[in-house]
Design a protein around this ligand. Sequence first.
Ligand code: PMP
Length: 453
Amino acid sequence: MTTPQSWEARAEAATLYGFTDLPTIHARGTVVLTHGEGPYVVDVHGRRYLDANSGLWNMVAGFDHPGLTAAAQEAYARFPGYHAFFGRMSDQTVMLSEKLVEVSPFDRGRVFYTNSGSEANDTMVKMLWFLAGAEGKPQRRKILTRKNAYHGVTAVSASMTGKPYNEVFGLPLPGFLHLTCPHYWREGKPGESEAEFVARLAAELEEVIAREGADTIAGFFAEPVMGAGGVIPAPEGYFQAVQKVLKAHGIPLVSDEVICGFGRTGAVWGCESYDFVPDAIISSKCLTAGFFPMGAVILGPELADRVQAASEAIEEFPHGFTASGHPVGCAIALKAIDVILNEGLIDRVRELTPMFEAGMARIGEKANIGEVRGRGLMGALEAVADKASKTPFDGSLSVSERIANACTDEGLICRPLGQSIVLCPPFIVTEGQMAEMFEKLEGALDKVFAEVA
Ligand code: PMP
């Protein structure tokens, strides 16, 4: 309820909201939160919400992990801030780079730090453009991604993002090309098998490369499971088919692991789950279990050598952020990696996945759920007006937003994306909390479908 002096009114008065449906907020008020407890967040009125979004996919160890909080406090007490310019960097930065290369799928490599996933994607594109210039191929600048992909919000990463909403910014910039979204259920042609669909997408990539010229393309970026595009797992054999084409033309494959990295799919990396080794990895979010804003580009051996050689040639790589390699962020990341890898969080993802899949499958039996999809502890349920024809609900009904609002009313946070509801709970949820999530979601679905179907 919004009253003149309420938190809700104060939030609306002085904050410019991003990625928020303003009519909904005007009608319902902002949820102003004070803290978290395990997988729950608590608002200024003392209401608890089970956050089935893990914040924004990132708070995988929950909102009050004592080891992470202690690591952050210690790091702040020791060295509260520094940079990584001019040949100086913190000891934590050195240790994190070693750790990231060690846990990466690469035998060796190099790490560059940013404050976010968007900046990490931007940085990777700038590295590829830097190589183009340094290696005497200045025209090698085009970037390939997929429709519906999400790579961030900076001018470059928003151009990589394949969402129509970026038109309001006059984006994408020229030279950012979006291929077919690998969503078999939506994009597959009638009668086309999944293998034929994959072959068609690989042929499309081949055609785009032939049309544009291989020597004009700097790189191909992909999320192993598309996250903000609606949780779209790659079809069987997709990455193998795509990588074969890219390798034949010497085009690097960059795996955007901002969501998938550090456990979400049941392995350390999404590329591990899909059995491919990319040329570079983009990491953020779970890298610090959400306890610090940080991103990283992890270059595999070949790109690491080339970027290093290009840097040596002009005596520096002219790029970096004030807080790149922040000592507190690096200390928290080291602890987060330790927690995720050594406190059994990835094992927990694997343990919980059957229960998660079974809960989703049960809901998928509803007449108005068209598709259930996911991988590990990330999933989506797509609402449809008609299951057989996959016909979506009329957009004006805002079905997924209504479902998410009904969940919020029940004390469950889940995210509407297109006509889907996304679930990606923290890895520390108990079986009881997982059951609570499905029970509340089911109640919300039944309520909304009774209204609209
Ligand atoms: N890449 C992917 C796959 C993401 O999901 C996101 C954020 N949701 C980003 C990049 C951008 O990260 P950030 O919001 O930290 O800039």
